[in-house]
Design a protein around this ligand. Structure first.
Ligand code: FES
Ligand SMILES: [Fe+2]
Length: 426
């Protein structure tokens, strides 16, 4: 449990809050590259850390990420015209370039124009791995570029999607670093089911409740869930938590290709987050069209409106819970592994009251993440650098295996070092 003050401190990300200041020290996903694929494309709205922004790609291919509201009389630039290297407000025709400079004022004669005095907030961006990343912190403290291993592989082997989760970012993140729930919440009741989930014959489900081990690192931590499997074996699954909101886990694509995968829980404001879902084939095999539909995981176009990025299964329709399916096929009766995650996490309320929880040893990774995040706010407030901004997370790799009971999982992890030979350097 967390005292109310700490719960406030760790969850709130609006400008000027301690966690908001901490988040602004990292590269943060702002939108998918595909949302602003073309030069002079329509702008898109971006909500980040409580700030309303718009993103666009100008005539030269440069990306702008600027305040949504025109400084003249505060009209939304979402309605703007993206043309000739800038975004023009449709109300009186003021225009802004990707650096936030006002470059034209159509409603003033040349002798009255004061465009050189007008500047709109503009954040630097970096495009990597199919995502436009933003840096919203002090310019002199910009971190190393976010070259996660998955951002560096050829596009044919990578897939990225996103979906809004209607609750505070931290409780969503806490679901992602909580291995103990996965083979319970996401369990299928029968191996014959074709729905998304983990089959009863899978050692992840067959194994007993896990022992959790957490090793703190300079980027966050790596942790393992170790499950006894009969008398002589264990099932081991390792994850990474990269500050402040990344998870990296072992996975397989829908067609069975071995993958590394993960989520990024990006705070839109205190009550909503945008979850980015990525996976990449760790072999040379490219991902298939079926893999990219993400039907089993519950994030593709069948599950998520690709314009609003709202889940079609959401709190208003109880995630289309089917009680018959819950009796016969899946533990929850809700289709889509990540739709199941959203259902339980959103059910806790927009910001869960952490004074009323009862945590146990199986919550060790969640507890450690909170500790690191709270420490990071103190570090930033004291003028220091929080963990996870240096390049130490670039080649992280998770692992999963069934191994003899006395196996050292750290050795197992080391033996599955990333294949740097297949990484395409940016
Ligand atoms: S409000 Fe944008 S130009 Fe007037
Ligand atoms: Fe889950």
């Amino acid at each position: 449990m967390l005292p109310p003050k700490e719960n406030e401190l760790i969850t709130r990300v609006e400008p000027g809050t301690p966690m908001g200041n901490t988040m602004r020290r990292y590269w943060i996903p702002a939108c998918l590259s595909s949302e602003i694929a073309e030069r002079d494309c329509p702008p898109v709205r971006v909500k980040l850390l409580g700030e309303d922004l718009v993103a666009f790609r100008d005539s030269e291919g440069r990306i702008g990420l600027i305040d949504e509201f025109c400084p003249h009389r505060r009209v939304s630039l979402y309605f703007g015209r993206n043309e000739e290297c800038g975004l023009r407000c449709v109300y009186h025709g003021w225009k802004y370039d990707v650096e936030g400079n006002c470059v034209d004022q159509l409603n003033e004669p040349p002798e009255h124009q004061f465009k050189h005095h007008i500047h709109i907030t503009a954040y630097p961006t970096s495009e990597m791995g199919g995502i436009v990343w933003a840096y919203m912190g002090p310019p002199e403290k910009m971190p190393a570029p976010p070259k996660f291993a998955w951002t560096q592989v050829p596009q044919a082997r990578r897939h990225v999607s996103k979906v809004i989760e209607e609750c505070n970012w931290l409780q969503a993140l806490e679901g992602g670093i909580d291995t103990s729930h996965a083979p319970i919440l996401h369990r299928l009741l029968t191996d014959n089911s074709t729905r998304g989930g983990i089959k009863p014959s899978n050692p992840f489900v067959r194994g007993k409740a896990p022992n959790l081990v957490v090793d703190v690192t300079d980027y966050g931590y790596l942790y393992a869930g170790i499950r006894p499997l009969g008398d002589s074996d264990v099932h081991i699954r390792t994850y990474h938590f990269v500050m402040p909101f990344h998870q990296i886990r072992p996975s397989r694509s829908e067609s069975g290709i071995p993958c590394d995968a993960g989520h990024i829980w990006v705070p839109m404001d205190d009550y909503n987050c945008m979850v980015y879902n990525w996976m990449y084939s760790t072999t040379d095999a490219p991902l298939t069209d079926e893999d990219r539909r993400e039907r089993g995981i519950g994030n593709g176009p069948d599950f998520v409106d690709q314009t609003t990025f709202r889940s079609k299964r959401n709190r208003e329709n109880n995630y289309l819970l089917d009680r018959r399916v819950q009796k016969t096929e899946t533990f929850t009766g809700i289709d889509g592994v990540n739709a199941q995650d959203r259902a339980v996490q959103e059910s806790m309320g927009r910001v869960v009251d952490r004074t009323r929880e009862h945590l146990g040893p199986a919550d060790r990774a969640v507890i450690q993440a909170r500790r690191l995040l709270l420490q990071a706010t103190r570090t930033v407030e004291a003028g220091g650098t929080p963990p996870g901004v240096e390049a130490t997370y670039y080649l992280l790799h998770p692992a999963e295996a069934v191994a003899p009971t006395n196996t050292d999982w750290r050795t197992l992890l080391a033996s599955r070092a990333p294949r740097t030979d297949v990484l395409q350097r940016a």
